[in-house]
Design a protein around this ligand. Structure first.
Ligand code: ZN
Length: 456
């Protein structure tokens, strides 16, 4: 059996920055490294080509009645810049105070190795273990996984497993593991309004024409009511109400006062009866991400500007459809565009929301995959055994589009166990991975996989 810490360290040495072509060699190195590691575990490895960065797939096949676990991870990392802010070089891993420092240590090279090491231990001690594995390790996660849906379509039959196991989500701390039961989806657009052909002298023309900044502000201000509800007709139609169990899990997260202090705000602005922690997890949003128009330089400039624009994104929750929400928002903006103003809307990219209800809850689907249900129960037990607390079950406000795509295309649910924490500095200088988390995570994952076999 390999030494997991050494393996992650060696893995980090390959600078696999997917967004920058200058790192092609690092991408290739990381890909080969993980492919060889999986091969050394007796798995059947192949490389799935894409227009950009290939995926590594490794399989352990077996009879149909063996549980089949698809383990997801990504070998690409974020750029390490600004390099001068790192205490030790980003691609030269170093252990300090029980943490492994290096770009990709927590996102996602360490956490994905939790399950690879667990499977390796299991297979080494029990070479005939009745369990099927498919490892699917992609190289485009940090650039939005553009090739991933195509791969799911192309290998649909072969990739279909009982469920997906992954660790690419957040836990509150190393003491408190979270199992992520949902992710928000995303839809994006840019709205541009134009009045006169060019900027006008506000003394000569001011008062006679609709100022585009005024028009845009009025339209944007109409998108929420006083209670912070989005006013787009039908916006909430497909939102599934949360289960009571979810509300009580969320209530365990912490205090709203501390959260407000942390953000340095005096008050939250949520829909009546919804706590800030619920608002970010259970509810969709319509958010203005940027607004621009007119003169923004020093001093004054007395004009009626020609144009103004705003960037808008919506976070979606299950069962909202990206396309449907985008259409509704576009229609609403267009309907609210006043005479004298022209509007153009550029549609952006998005991703579907996702939700899984664990077994034994009041709203668990009756037809839930039995292996998935067993895995949830086994994970609960294993985490309670190896960590100080039983896991929290939380939907997250962020988006991982591939999880919804896997659900839409392969009809598979995901068991997402958070292995990184806010202390790990993801996407930032001095990214690190807690080695106690790593060791406990491997032990818990191994116990969970074993239980999946014996409970069969
Ligand atoms: Zn990641």
């Amino acid at each position: 059996m390999f030494d997991p810490v050494k393996v992650v360290s060696d893995f980090i040495r390959f600078p696999s920055v997917s967004t920058d072509p200058a790192f092609a060699e690092g991408m290739l190195g990381a890909r080969d490294y993980i492919a060889n590691l999986l091969k050394s575990m007796g798995l059947e490895v192949d490389i799935l080509d894409t227009p950009l960065h290939p995926l590594v797939r490794a399989r352990r096949t077996g009879p149909e009645d063996w549980p089949h676990v698809l383990i997801y991870g990504h070998y690409d990392v974020q750029p390490a810049d600004p390099l001068e802010l790192w205490s030790s070089p980003a691609f030269e891993p170093e252990i300090r105070n029980g943490r492994l420092y290096g770009r990709g240590s927590a996102d996602n090279k360490g956490p994905m190795m939790v399950h690879i090491a667990a499977a390796a231990r299991l297979l080494e001690s029990d070479p005939n273990a009745p369990i099927r594995f498919t490892f699917l390790i992609e190289g485009e996660e940090e650039i939005g996984s553009p090739s991933f849906p195509g791969i799911l379509e192309r290998y649909k039959d072969e990739l279909k497993a009982d469920f997906v196991l992954l660790s690419d989500t957040l836990s509150p701390s190393t003491e408190q593991i979270a199992i992520t039961t949902g992710l928000r989806g995303l839809t994006a657009l840019e709205v541009e309004v134009t009045g006169p052909r060019s900027d006008l002298h506000s003394g000569i023309n001011g008062g006679a024409v609709y100022n585009p900044i005024q028009a845009l502000s009025e339209i944007l201000a109409s998108m929420h009511d006083a209670n912070n509800r989005v006013t787009v007709p039908g916006f909430y139609d497909d939102v599934i109400p949360a289960g009571d169990w979810e509300r009580s899990e969320i209530a365990r997260i912490g205090s709203a006062e501390d959260y407000a202090k942390q953000l340095d705000i005096e008050a939250f602005h949520t829909i009546d009866g919804i706590s800030p922690f619920e608002a970010t997890r259970l509810m969709p949003t319509l958010e203005f991400n940027g607004i621009t128009g007119g003169y923004q330089g020093k001093g004054d400039k007395t004009i009626v500007p020609s144009r103004a624009s705003a960037k808008i994104t919506c976070r979606l929750v299950a069962n909202q459809q990206e396309e449907d929400i985008l259409n509704k928002v576009v229609r609403t903006l267009e309907e609210r565009c006043p005479k004298g103003i022209r509007m153009r809307i550029h549609r952006g990219k998005g991703g579907p929301p996702y939700q899984v209800v664990p077994p034994d809850r009041e709203n668990t689907p009756a037809e839930q995959n039995p292996h998935l249900a067993r895995a949830f129960r086994a994970a609960d037990k294993a985490i309670a055994t190896h960590f100080p607390n039983a896991p929290l079950y939380l939907r997250e406000g962020g988006s991982i589009p591939i999880i919804g795509q896997i659900n839409n295309i392969l009809e598979m649910d995901s068991l997402m166990i958070g292995m990184f924490t806010p202390a790990d500095n993801l996407h930032a200088p001095d990214e690190s991975f807690d080695l106690k988390m790593f060791e406990r995570g491997i032990a818990a994952s191994e116990q969970m996989l074993r239980e999946l076999i014996t409970a069969r």
